[in-house]
Structure formats: structure tokens, C-alpha cells
Design a protein around this ligand. Structure first.
Ligand code: ADP
Ligand code: MG
Length: 371
């Protein structure tokens, strides 16, 4: 298409193993990078034009970095133009480039094809312009892209794991300090399987905003008892049990989810480090119950997937992952039971919902890099 010899860059999608709705409460999350990625082929240009072609959408577009930028068109180009301009705003001298991209991260399934796109394009543009940029700074630029250019108020998890993932590891992220820790995830005996409900219920975005507001309200109310409380991240389990009776029922349950989910995420990270997959799995089951009953962000499709998964003897843990109201579950399954798992899930699910979920066995892969 461009008649040029490209360099190749890649950035992965991700799945969050545990720690949902904790990020905006400045708590902990434990994602892993997938062995699914967006690959960008790119060649530098002498001017400031960026030409880009997505093989997945079969569309091409271009913009000039010397001209004023466009925001929130509501299309995929927002991600590409956004990351280019945010990097520029943050001091990188980004030059023009010819880019072509292809992804095997399912788009819009909750496996973060958007972060894979931002980070792979960001890394390509920086490298082709001869610029180096710290990985966390690249992730923050990509998050800013979603806020400013796409108009989605996302957390930092997706971008950080796509930039920092490591093969054979999950990444424990402290969403307040952005400190990260690589956690070994040995997949010789167990498999991670993602099941996609392929639904996204209408409620998702309005409920997300409501939950955020409920958490803010909880902090306000609790400040009367815990002076200086900044976010639910700071609420200890002991303080929660001491003061929960002063909270309205709904707020109380939202708090209980956040407090216990942070605890489970730290427990899960420690369990993985010990190779204790039974404990990891139990933390996942409890996480699902908490998201379903206390945080109320699950849906019948997700609940059924978890229920079916739990009925397979080799399943150690299963939970919804991501924002909820559709999207995916993540499952920890003994390798020996993987085939059985992959047979039973579609069969029992389709008996109830008349269609089959998509199944993606996944290995913890590397973060963004030049190929
Ligand atoms: P998710 O990140 O869960 O896949 P999002 O809605 O956050 O879902 O991001 C999906 C959007 O990202 C797509 O609608 C599209 O605009 C953009 N996108 C992701 N991957 C690609 C790609 N390979 N080519 C073009 N656009 C892409
Ligand atoms: Mg996304």
C-alpha cells in the first residue's frame, strides 16, 4: 500500500484475573497481558502526516500533526490521532508515519483492544521518530487519550498491563501509586480460559457512573467516623465492620465489595507467588459473588457461565471480569480438564441462551515491544 519497508511493533490485550471496580477506588488490580495483540507495521515519513490503515476494519485515514487536532469523532481514528497528539503534548517530537495495523484481540469484547491499539501505535510512532519514552508515561498518555480524544473515563489498568506485561506473569498494580509488581503465573498445570458472553447490556455505562458516585458518597459518609479518609482504598476491614451500620444498605454493600475485593486481590497475588492455585481459584469465586450480590454489576449470562464452569470438576475458580453487565468471565482450569471445560461450557450455555459464548484459552504474554 505504501511501497515502504516497515518496522513492526506489537502490544497485547489483557484480562483482569481479579480486582474489579477497585481501580477508581485507588485499590489493587491483577491483570495479565494476553498472547493476543495488535501489530503495527510502520515507516517514518519526512513530514508530519500520519497515514494509517486498519486491516481489521478495512479503513484508512490520515491526519497532519502540524494542523489542529480533531477529538471525539466517535471512530477508531480518535485512538490513533489521540495517542500521537498526547505524546506530542507531553514533549515527544513525533514525526509523520505510514502505519498499517492488524489485531487478533477481539474488538469490543472487554479484552482491551483499545489499549492494545493505543500502546502499539504509541510505541510505533515514538520508535519511528527516534524518541524514547518511559513505559508508565506511555501508559498514562494512552489513558489520557481515552479521556480526552475518545471521551471514555477509563482507569489506568489496561494501558499499564499492555505496556508492562511479562510472559509467564500477572501484574499487581497499585492504582494509587501506580507501583507494579510482576507476579509469576506458571501455567504448566493450569489454564486461563476467557469466556465471552458476547453481550453488552444497555445498563453498563450508566451503572458504572452510578457505582463511582456511590463510592464517593461512601467516602463522604465514612469521613465522619474515619477522619482523613481519602478513598475506599484506605478503609480497613476492621473500620468497615465497625461503621457499616451507619451506612445506607446499598452504600454498605458497595463498600463491602471494594474492601473485600482489595483484600482478595492481594491474597490472590500472594497465592500465585506460592503456586497455590486452589487459593487463587477460591478468591476468584468469592470475587464473583461479591460483584454479583454486593456490587450488583453481573448479569444472567455471566452468572450462568460461572455456574457452569464451577460444575466442571477441574475448575479452580471462575468470575466475571471487567465492568460487568456482559463481557467476559475468566476461569482457572486444571490443564487435565481443559478439553472437558471447553465442551461443557458451550453446550450448557447454549441450552439456556440459544447461542454459544466465544472461548479464548490465554497464556500470560509479553507487553509492548518491537518485533
Ligand atoms: P475493548 O477495549 O474492550 O476491545 P473498546 O470499546 O474500549 O473495547 O475499544 C474498541 C474500539 O477500539 C473499537 O470500536 C475501535 O474504535 C478501536 N479499535 C480497537 N482495535 C482496533 C483495530 N484493530 N482497528 C481499528 N480500530 C480498533
Ligand atoms: Mg477498551
Amino acid at each position: 500500500m505504501y511501497g515502504r519497508e516497515p518496522r513492526l511493533f506489537r502490544a497485547p490485550g489483557r484480562v483482569n484475573l481479579i480486582g474489579d471496580h477497585t481501580d477508581y477506588n485507588e485499590g489493587f488490580v491483577l491483570p495479565m497481558a494476553l498472547d493476543r495483540e495488535t501489530v503495527v507495521a510502520g515507516a517514518a515519513r519526512a513530514d508530519f502526516t500520519v497515514r494509517v490503515h486498519s486491516l481489521d476494519l478495512n479503513v484508512a485515514a490520515e491526519f497532519d500533526l502540524k494542523e489542529p487536532g480533531e477529538k471525539r469523532r466517535g471512530s477508531w481514528l480518535d485512538y490513533v490521532e489521540g495517542i500521537a497528539r498526547v505524546l506530542q503534548e507531553r514533549g515527544a517530537s513525533v514525526r509523520g508515519a505510514d502505519l498499517m495495523l492488524h489485531s487478533d484481540v477481539p474488538i469490543g469484547a472487554g479484552l482491551s483492544s483499545s489499549a492494545a491499539l493505543e500502546i502499539s501505535v504509541g510505541l510505533a510512532l515514538l520508535s519511528l521518530s527516534g524518541q524514547s519514552f518511559e513505559r508508565t508515561a506511555l501508559a498514562l498518555a494512552a489513558q489520557r487519550t481515552e479521556h480526552e480524544y475518545v471521551g471514555i473515563n477509563s482507569g489506568i489498568m489496561d494501558q499499564l498491563i499492555s505496556a508492562l506485561g511479562r510472559r509467564g506473569h500477572a501484574l499487581l498494580i497499585d492504582c494509587r501509586s501506580l507501583e507494579t509488581k510482576q507476579i509469576p503465573l506458571e501455567t504448566q498445570d493450569v489454564a486461563i480460559v476467557i469466556c465471552d458472553t458476547r453481550v453488552k447490556h444497555e445498563l453498563a455505562s450508566s451503572a458504572y457512573n452510578t457505582r463511582r458516585a456511590e463510592c464517593e458518597r461512601a467516602v463522604e459518609l465514612l469521613r465522619a467516623y474515619v477522619p482523613g479518609l481519602r478513598s475506599l482504598r484506605d478503609l480497613t476491614a476492621i473500620d468497615f465492620f465497625r461503621y457499616e451500620r451507619f451506612l445506607p444498605d446499598v452504600i454498605q454493600r458497595r463498600c463491602r465489595h471494594v474492601v473485600t475485593e482489595n483484600g482478595r486481590t492481594l491474597t490472590a497475588a500472594a497465592a500465585l507467588e506460592d503456586g497455590n492455585f486452589d487459593l487463587m481459584g477460591r478468591a476468584m469465586y468469592f470475587s464473583h459473588e461479591s460483584l454479583r450480590d454486593d456490587y450488583e454489576v453481573s448479569c444472567p449470562e455471566l452468572d450462568l457461565l460461572v455456574e457452569i464452569a464451577a460444575s466442571v470438576p477441574g475448575t479452580l475458580g471462575a468470575r466475571m471480569t471487567g465492568g460487568g453487565f456482559g463481557g467476559c468471565t475468566v476461569n482457572l482450569v486444571r490443564r487435565a480438564s481443559l478439553a472437558e471445560f471447553q465442551t461443557i461450557i458451550p453446550r450448557k450455555f447454549s441450552a439456556a441462551f440459544s447461542y454459544e459464548p466465544a472461548l479464548y484459552p490465554a497464556e500470560p504474554g509479553d507487553g509492548a515491544e518491537e518485533i
